[in-house]
Structures are given as C-alpha cells and as structure tokens.
Design a protein around this ligand. Sequence first.
Ligand code: NAD
Length: 267
Amino acid sequence: MGKLDGKVAFITGAARGQGRAAALAMAAEGADIACFDVCKNLDYPYYDLSSKEDLETTVAEIEALGRKALALSGDVRNLAEIKAAVDETISTLGNIDILVNNAGIAGLGAAHELKEEEWDAMLDINLKGVWLCCKAVIPHMIGRQSGIIISYSSVAGVKGLPFAIHYTCAKWGVIGLTKTLAQELAPYKIRVNSISPGTCDTGMVVGLAEEMGMEHEEAAKELTSGHLICQLIPPEATAAAALWLASDDSRYVTGHNLLVDGGWSST
Ligand code: NAD
C-alpha cells in the first residue's frame, strides 16, 4: 500500500527538476499527478526554462509507474490558465488533494542595478504565482474539508542572499504566505507547509552557471559554499521532503518551513 493511494497532486513546474522529482516520488506512492508548467522561455529569466518534451517525459515516467498523469501548459502568473488546468484536473482525475507550488525562476544582480522588469517578473512568478495557484485550488479544498498545500521557498527565504534581492524577497514572502494560510485554512483541515532547499542540482543551477559565466562544476562549487554537509542537493532529497509533507506521516505539521539545505541556514 502506498502512502498516497487514491490521492491526486497538482504540481507546478513539474516538467523538470524538483517538480518532476516530487511528481515521481508521489506517483511511486500511489498518487495521480497533474503536471503544470509554462514549457517555454520567458523574457526573464535569461536561461532556458523547460520544454513541452520535458513535460511529456515527466508524464511518461509517471505512467510507467502505473499512475495517471496530465500534461497541462500554463503560466503561474495567469489565473485563467491556472483555473482551466485546475478544472481539467478535477474533471479528469476527480479531485485535487495536494497542491505543490514548485514553479520558480532565479536571477542575479546587484540590488541597485536590477531592472524593474526583472524585479516584477521575479515577484510575479515566485510569489504572486504561488498565491494565484492557492487562490484557484483553495475553494475546492474547502469544499472537501481537506487538503495539503506545499510551496517551495528557499534557503534564501530565511537568510539575506546578496545579489539576488528580488529572489530573496519573493522567497521570504512564500514563507509568510505559508504561515498565514496555515492559520486561515486549519479550520477546514487543510495543512500548509513550505520547503526551503539549499542549492539543488537542477536546470536552475545550469542557468545560473551560464549567467555567472562559469562552467557548471565551478558555479556549483560557488553556489554550495554555504552547505555544511554536501555539495549539490539531488532533487530526490527535496522530493522526499515533499512526500513527507503530503502524507499522513506529517499529519500534526502545519505552518512549517522544512529546510533541506545541507545546513546552510545555520551559518
Ligand atoms: P528548474 O528551473 O529546473 O525548474 C523550474 C520549473 O518551473 C521549470 O520546469 C520551469 O519551466 C517552471 N516555470 C518557471 N516559470 C514558470 C511559470 N511562470 N509558470 C509555470 N511554470 C514555470 O528549477 P528547480 O530547482 O527545479 O526549482 C524548483 C523550485 O525550487 C523553485 O521554486 C526554485 O526557486 C526552488 N529552489 C531551487 C533551488 C536550486 O538550487 N535549484 C534552491 C532553492 C529553491
């Protein structure tokens, strides 16, 4: 018996990286998965985001585990696209038990040199996008008097991270959103938690390495210099945290920010 038998998870940014890893971890425990991703490059960030082929690969890997999967294209900044995807998930898979707000971007720049468009894109995707997805799914969860919401913050959500002020502010915001929603939604038996990874081995780090003008290995070394016990964190490690938060094993946990950061936040 799986820990998530009969459950449906709606996961943003599921085409690759930590979103795909969370999707596969949850599918392996019996959940069907709605995979939502923008699947194209945007004006910002300056590195490549995922493709439709990436999303199809996630879907195929879920199906290979014997679970149902939906490929849903859309932008977390667009409420109409989110609502259409939520409706399609409910009509096809029956419910949404678990919302995973994982989609996100990263970028670098001195605080006084960032362009307004860069600030706006960062806050719109990494913070407002989380709220919009919650806004679309919460009425369904309230109706069912049950639900789990998990949002990806970052170690940058608990520390000051120089040269990424927009990212840092968005990720602090995700933790504030989590702690606020945990209180608002507890009466409806909806648990709300966040995960804060350290530097994780995904396309985001590949993209940041390009921006830093470094080889991947050199950039990874630089970006993990704060970790105490490891270098790049595998996406499967944050997926294990997401699975725990999605399962009954964490039934007494809400409003919590779970750090999977190699100890970086303790420095
Ligand atoms: P990633 O770039 O590999 O994956 C992010 C996914 O989000 C991509 O598939 C991308 O297409 C999608 N996405 C981006 N903008 C979107 C939008 N507007 N609408 C819908 N989908 C969109 O990176 P990842 O490491 O897997 O990132 C997952 C989450 O973890 C993000 O919220 C990120 O900020 C957070 N995080 C990452 C790291 C790290 O080191 N990789 C560290 C801390 C926190």
